[in-house]
Design a binder for this molecule. Structure first.
Ligand code: PMP
Length: 423
């Protein structure tokens, strides 16, 4: 297991945190599902490039040309990382949220969108209200496929349709049956977009092999810093739709019309949706992370993570008061994302204690997936904050949950400290 950690030093330096109980420990970052620590390799690549960056695409100077080359090479690296088909477009965005909003803005009018209520809000909310069919939470992967099939069989034939589904849940870490859902979507003439925000850091995502139409993911969960994301997939809708952002870079030719209006010819390449000066460093960082993960090899990463997931699930199962949350059953395969509640504990207080007394960073709340957490807890949280939940009194049933998440470079000690602290 440690050989996986060795080529992927995660934190450039250990962060010491003071404990309420006295003393200091190195910080155990166990909130990878929110944002994973950037790889040292990514920081090194960014630091090496930083003195040379310039504005892309329009500059005649050396730094602009260098940056343009690196920007377009980064696109090719991401296309390779995702196993894109030759005609697919790779568009750089700010995040998964941005990518899915972009897709929502380019789907043809009257596209029917199908989405499970269990999705992260980034997948659940970007679609036009009247055009969405929100499917109930399935309790098995098979039921997910059957639910989708039944909904698609019911729809008006011939109109465009899009299914949006997560690859791995940001709450339970459970893997969704992407291949089967894709087959069901395609059998009914619908397209499918994979929200790979939680899947891509943990498993290879191959667009062509999975046969999905679009993939979205975020750099900051894939061991790159904040600020860059990707939408990749079929070019036809993207090529003709109104640009997501209007402005320089997206337009090929602009002219004033005699009637006082403006005529615009937009690019049909990825540039159409990337108006303005792009986040060149963020894009370079995403490509660096893709390269690092490919070189480390997903076989090794998956094996190491499976071992850690097994240890955490088994360790939590030994603690009588802990209930691990799952939609598909406790034994269902999952990435390193595990949510739980503790009898007699308010989840927010519990997470705060893990931080203050043990130097462990986890997350508590509803994880921007209110309907899913509500289903898992069998509760009705009223008026929660955007991603939070109202406080339960100690001893009351929890209205929110605690989430521990980890990945490449998580040392054994962090997991042991976590299990010891919970116990
Ligand atoms: N989808 C899933 C499954 C996620 O976990 C997240 C982030 N928590 C998002 C989408 C949104 O990602 P971002 O905040 O980077 O836009």
């Amino acid at each position: 297991g440690r050989t996986v950690c060795a080529p992927l030093p995660v934190l450039g330096r250990d962060v010491l945190v003071p404990l309420v109980t006295g003393g200091e420990v190195t910080y155990a970052a166990l909130d990878y599902a929110a944002s994973a620590p950037a790889l040292q390799r990514v920081w090194d690549d960014v630091a090496a490039y930083a003195p040379y960056y310039g504005s892309v695409h329009r500059g005649a100077g050396y730094l602009s040309q260098l940056s343009t080359d690196l920007f377009e090479q980064s696109r090719a690296v991401v296309a390779d990382f995702l196993g894109c088909r030759p005609d697919d477009q790779v568009i750089f965005t700010r995040s998964t949220t941005d990518s899915l909003n972009l897709l929502a803005s380019v789907i043809p009018d009257a596209t029917r969108v199908y989405v499970f209520e269990t999705e992260h809000h980034a997948s659940l909310l970007p679609w036009r209200d009247g055009d969405v069919t929100c499917l109930p939470a399935p309790r098995t992967p098979r039921q997910a496929v059957e639910t989708l099939e039944a909904a698609l069989a019911d729809r008006e034939p011939h109109g465009p349709a899009l299914v949006c589904v997560t690859g791995a849940s940001n709450v339970t870490g459970e893997l969704w049956p992407v291949r089967e859902l894709t087959a069901a979507a395609h059998a009914h003439g619908a397209r499918i977009v994979l929200d790979a925000a939680q899947l891509a850091p943990h498993h290879p995502v191959d667009i062509a092999a999975l046969d999905v139409d679009y993939v979205a993911f975020s750099g900051h969960k894939l061991y790159a810093p904040f600020g860059s994301g990707v939408l990749a997939g079929r070019a036809d809708w993207l090529r003709v739709a109104q640009p997501y952002l209007a402005g320089g870079g997206a337009s090929r030719k602009v002219a004033r019309r005699d009637d006082g209006g403006v005529d615009v010819e937009w690019h049909s390449s990825a540039a159409r949706h990337e108006a303005g000066s792009p986040n060149v460093i963020g894009v370079y960082a995403i490509a660096s992370a893709c390269r690092a993960l490919t070189e480390a090899g997903f076989d090794a990463l998956v094996a190491r993570e499976r071992e850690l997931v097994g240890r955490v699930v088994a360790g939590l199962a030994r603690i009588r008061q802990v209930r691990v949350l799952s939609l598909f059953g406790d034994d269902s395969p999952r990435v390193g994302v595990i949510s739980f509640v503790v009898d007699g504990w308010n989840s927010s207080h519990f997470a705060a204690a893990l931080s203050a007394e043990y130097g462990i960073g986890v997350r508590d709340g509803l994880f921007c997936a209110h309907p899913l957490v509500r289903t898992l807890l069998g509760s009705e949280p009223d008026e929660p904050g955007e991603c939070g939940a109202p406080e339960a009194e100690p001893g009351e049933r929890s209205l929110n949950a605690i989430r521990v998440s980890f990945g490449a470079g998580t040392p054994d000690e962090h997991v042991e400290r976590f299990l010891g602290a919970v116990a």
